[in-house]
Design a binder for this molecule. Structure first.
Ligand code: ATP
Ligand code: MG
Length: 203
């Protein structure tokens, strides 16, 4: 059966951490492709003002264009209301009814999975690939996810990614304070940020 990866994220901005994790997952798990899905209205990030969807889509598009296995979907952005992963996975199942779906996330995010909407159905519908971020000691997943079933646990797979301590938060702060972001993200995305004046301090 064909395996398809889903890389969800706010991508504000997308950076090499995301791209390396997606490519590593594609390789390690034999994914036919990885679909990048920029979040529409993430329920976990309501406190921070997120850049316009059009900017996040444009940056993601620029970042993935050199990889023939990567594509982008605006399904979350086009869906009204808060973006729940379960709705995205249901939609992807409709588009790819015969595929095995693999949702790629950071290991930090996977620890919150029990709090996600309909996590039972979510784990039944797709496997999770949890990329371990640098300096991140995950410990035993089982003790970190109390109450999770044995079968469910098998559907969360930890993947080591080369140390990349890159985060969108750090990149935004760097832009604000005039520090370099070069090499942390694709050059075309850096150019887009400068041209559009993203992440500048509001005066
Ligand atoms: P922010 O700092 O705004 O939270 P972020 O860098 O964590 O941004 P997101 O868009 O929130 O980026 O992340 C999308 C997904 O990519 C999440 O599952 C996150 O855990 C994962 N991720 C983010 N940075 C890395 C990285 N450097 N290596 C591997 N995975 C990452
Ligand atoms: Mg994050």
């Amino acid at each position: 059966m064909q395996r398809i990866g889903i890389m969800g994220g706010t991508f504000d901005p997308i950076h090499h951490g995301h791209l390396v994790a997606a490519e590593e997952a594609r390789y390690q798990f034999g994914l036919a492709k990885v679909v990048f899905i920029p979040a529409g209205h993430p329920p976990h990030k309501v406190s921070r003002k997120i850049s316009a969807a059009s900017h996040r889509l444009a940056m993601t598009q620029l970042a993935i264009q050199s990889n023939p296995f990567f594509s982008i979907s605006a399904i979350e952005i086009e869906r009204p209301g808060l973006s729940y992963t379960i709705d995205t996975v249901r939609e992807m199942k409709k588009i790819y009814p015969l595929a095995d779906l693999f949702f790629i996330t950071g290991a930090d995010a996977v620890l919150e999975i029990l709090s996600w909407k309909h996590f039972d159905e979510l784990l039944a519908q797709c496997c999770f690939i949890a990329a371990k971020r640098p300096g991140y000691r995950l410990g035993k997943l089982k003790t970190k996810l109390p109450g999770i079933g044995e079968e469910q646990l098998k559907r969360i797979i930890i993947m080591e990614v080369p140390a990349l301590a890159i985060s969108s938060t750090d990149i935004r702060e760097r832009v604000q304070t005039g520090r370099p972001i070069k090499y942390l993200l694709p050059e075309a995305v850096e150019k887009y940020i400068v041209e559009q004046g993203l992440y500048q301090k509001k005066s």
